[in-house]
Design a protein around this ligand. Structure first.
Ligand code: ATP
Ligand code: MG
Length: 432
């Protein structure tokens, strides 16, 4: 009687595995991030995946897409309402306040590389679990910080081999000047309500800025003659923005003024920016988005503290790097030696031999599952090792091993106890 095969279990929709062959991208990107950010004085922080729902309700705003549609929540057995973090800024600020980082010298500069969760429609470059690099500079309201954040974003893409991205920039003012703009926007869209999508019609009441970020054709059309924040900025915000642009000019970071650029989250003030592809990028999506958020720390129970930050999607970076055919090296040093073992006794002795190479600092590889000499030599060839060590029954009995130079095919029998030294010697000779 044939048994019924058990049904295979699939990964959760919108969530994916990162397979071994993908790891070199993650490794490479992480190294680039570390070297750039540590140079600019950022320190890494890791926060829990779960936070109280309250943290995001209070920071992102209940009418934001993240909170109203995309957040994953769960109720614990103890009755607490928790959320899988949809973004990293609010958790970083919570950690800053909770751990008394506010008494450290300011600005406090933090970064994280962590998974985020959003229940949105999965598509290329949009997942329900994805990784973000996030940067936060807390405790400095000066224009130089806005410019530095943008500069670092621009340099990071450059160091990853991604050219063809433009800095789009705008100012969305602050609590003094934005209300008048919001009112003007509402008045404008009210006369064009019919053109807007259902979502945006709902946004008119308490999230009208987000209409400017809508991707629906009708809404894009309706936006075309909308009032611009630039005409509503008060003197302080206008001057701040002007100075940010001057800093960027000085640093030779090209930018595009984008009068309708906004961020989807309530806590942003003044400068907002995105790094978007132009026709040379070979990709479509925004890679980095961020801005200044001078009200968030207060909103989360701290004293008024200015701050700025941005986030970058790692999966989108990898997609963009693949589009551009950016060369990414394999992880770790290249193996020098491949151990070909033939039969039971050699196989048993292979492990200690392997270990003595590791101790000597020589990268060795083997394939203990294979038995034929041909298939093992093929692997050795593919790995590009300099030596194959051939270890058969006869050699195992005699306490010897065959050393083969892969390039020339020249072979020599060596005493087993001398093999590590012999390989070391030959490697050294070639270097000199
Ligand atoms: P979008 O406008 O593309 O929906 P967003 O403006 O909500 O994204 P942010 O929350 O500012 O994006 O996130 C910053 C960056 O994180 C994005 O530019 C993108 O690279 C990445 N990102 C955001 N959402 C996703 C997702 N669902 N899957 C993969 N990457 C994402
Ligand atoms: Mg966006």
């Amino acid at each position: 009687m044939s048994k019924l095969k058990a049904k295979q279990i699939q990964s959760v929709r919108g969530m994916h595995d990162i397979l071994p062959e993908e790891q070199k991208y993650w490794h490479y990107i992480q190294k680039k991030i570390e070297s750039l950010l540590e140079y600019y004085g950022f320190e890494r922080i890791s926060t829990p995946v779960l936070e109280s729902v309250e943290l995001f309700n209070r920071s992102a705003g209940e009418t934001s897409d993240i909170i109203s549609k995309e957040i994953y929540t769960l109720k614990t057995k103890g009755g607490d309402m928790l959320a899988l973090r949809p973004e990293g800024t609010a958790p970083a600020v919570r950690a800053y306040l909770e751990n008394g980082m506010n008494v450290r010298p300011h600005p406090v500069k933090l970064y994280y590389i962590d998974p985020m969760f959003r229940h949105n429609e999965p598509q290329a470059g949009r997942y329900r679990q994805f990784y973000q690099l996030g940067l936060e500079t807390i405790g400095d309201g000066s224009e130089a910080v806005d410019a530095e954040m943008i500069f670092i974003a621009y340099k990071l893409l450059d160091s990853l081999g991604l050219d063809g991205y433009d800095v789009h920039i705008n100012s969305i003012g602050d609590q003094n000047c934005r209300p008048a703009y919001i009112k003007a926007l509402k008045d404008y869209f009210r006369t064009r309500g019919k053109k807007l999508c259902v979502n945006c019609r709902n946004r008119l009441k308490d999230n009208v800025l987000r209409v400017l970020d809508c991707k629906e054709e009708g809404c894009k059309e309706a936006i075309k003659e909308a009032p611009q924040m630039m005409d509503f900025l008060d003197d302080a915000c206008r001057l701040h923005f002007k100075h940010v642009l001057e800093f960027l000019d000085e640093a030779k970071v090209p930018y595009i003024l984008d009068p309708y650029l906004v961020r989807g989250l309530d806590y942003y003030t003044r400068t907002v920016f995105e790094l978007m592809p132009n026709e040379n990028a070979g990709a479509q999506s925004t890679l980095i988005a961020g801005g200044r958020y001078d009200r968030l720390i207060e909103q989360l129970g701290g004293v008024k503290t200015p701050a700025a930050g941005w986030a970058m999607g790692i999966e989108r970076i990898i997609l963009a790097m693949k589009e551009k055919n950016v060369h990414v090296p394999e992880i770790g040093p290249k193996p020098k030696v491949f151990l070909v073992q033939l039969g039971e006794a050699p196989k048993r002795k292979a492990l200690p031999l392997f270990e003595s190479f590791r101790k000597a600092g020589i990268e060795a590889k083997s394939s203990l599952g294979r038995d034929s000499i041909k298939s093992q030599l093929r692997i050795a060839h593919r790995l590009g090792v300099r030596f194959a060590l051939i270890f058969g029954q006869k050699e195992a009995l005699e306490g010897t091993i065959i050393l083969r130079e892969m390039d020339t095919g020249v072979q020599e029998t060596i005493l087993l106890e001398k093999i590590v030294d012999e390989v070391k010697k030959r490697l050294k000779e070639k270097q000199e």
